[in-house]
Design a protein around this ligand. Structure first.
Ligand code: SF4
Length: 343
């Protein structure tokens, strides 16, 4: 058990001077907190009338293939220094690591990294980028922002994997320091967000996704589908339609497979048939890049040229091979410009 080191939070205001009540503006929950209260995310607490981040710098570190973070169009096959943070602002039935996504800060056993330490590890390991991944990195917003800023200053690329359920102002600030972002879309209706994740909002996340896209960051979306959850083929189709009309057909969509966990331990993994039907439907909506994830060696793991159909990037269980893309990101066969960053 550790005593968390405190870091004053940003994006909050004192809403009652007399009672020292503060309101956090980091995410749409807008928690109002009396002295001693923690927010829904357990990562922010009112101490003596100020809001503090309890998880600033706490993370587990490892080196991953970039594809493990559902990022297929940004330096394929690169190694990234991944920092997995603690806690989340929603609670999904299929959360792969609920013990890390909902933990009191006193029980965190991971190391605490100052931003320059985290960047130093990334540079020393020779990885291409720093990646902020699970549980939900943006509940540790100040640390992610400080580390990302320093990483950019020192020439590293920065990736973030998020649920997108955060307010516009902090997202806009963060976008100045990141290169690529994967947003996990949890559901395609307000009711389903509540049923599956006890919070969140499709409408809000769509707005945030559009902001990210307008800032021209490399953006990829994922949606987990399953026969017995609220997310099936129709929901993937709905998301694909929205992406094609509001973002453009070049934004990649990943169809993720359920790995039974947390409150879905009684279910089977998503069937291959459902994933394949959703894949065809999403392509029919005009999306150029649709992927089936978490099914080993499936042909829908690969990237094909949307114009001539050439196999451009081949992925299997052990490696990713970039085959026919120029360094400028064009198909070597038909010269089509691709939404893929190679160098
Ligand atoms: S970030 Fe945490 S404390 Fe802030 S509003 Fe969201 S859930 Fe509440």
């Amino acid at each position: 058990m550790t005593t968390p080191l405190l870091h004053e939070a940003e994006y909050y205001e004192i809403i009652n001077d007399e009672l020292h009540i503060v309101q956090c503006h980091l995410c749409p929950h807008e928690c109002e907190l009396m002295i001693g209260d923690k927010g829904k995310c357990l990562s922010r607490m009112n101490i003596s009338g100020k809001l503090y981040s309890l998880t600033y710098g706490y993370a587990e570190m490892k080196i991953d293939l970039i594809e493990k973070q559902y990022v297929y169009h940004f330096y394929p096959n690169a190694r990234v220094q991944t920092f997995s943070t603690y806690n989340c602002n929603i609670d999904c039935d299929y959360c792969p690591s609920p013990e890390k996504a909902n933990i009191e800060s006193e029980k965190i056993s991971g190391k605490r990294f100052a931003p320059d330490q985290a960047v130093m590890f990334g540079m020393a390991s020779g990885t291409k980028a720093i990646c902020f991944g699970e549980a939900e990195p943006l509940v540790s917003f100040e640390w992610v922002r400080d580390t990302a800023k320093l990483a950019k200053e020192r020439g590293m690329k920065v990736l973030v994997r998020t649920n997108g359920f955060f307010n516009e102002a902090p997202i806009l600030e963060l976008l100045d320091y990141i290169d690529a972002i994967t947003v996990n879309i949890k559901a395609t209706s307000e009711e389903s967000y509540l049923a599956l994740c006890k919070g969140g909002s499709f409408e809000h996340v769509k707005r945030i996704v559009k902001i990210i896209h307008e800032k021209e960051k490399l953006l990829e979306l994922t949606i987990l589908i399953h026969e017995d959850l609220n997310n099936t083929e129709e929901n993937a189709l709905e998301l694909a339609s929205w992406m094609a009309s509001e973002l453009g057909p070049e934004v990649p969509l990943h169809l993720a497979r359920l790995k039974p966990s947390h409150r879905t331990k009684h279910l089977q993994p998503t069937s291959k048939e459902l994933l394949e039907r959703a894949y065809v439907s999403a392509k029919d909506k005009g999306l150029q890049f649709v992927y089936i994830d978490d099914v080993l060696d499936h042909e829908a793991n690969h990237t094909y040229c949307p114009k001539c159909g050439e196999l451009l990037i081949q992925r299997n269980s052990t490696m990713t091979e970039v085959r026919r893309i120029s360094l400028q990101g064009h198909c070597n066969k038909c010269q089509t410009k691709l939404n893929i960053v190679i160098s």
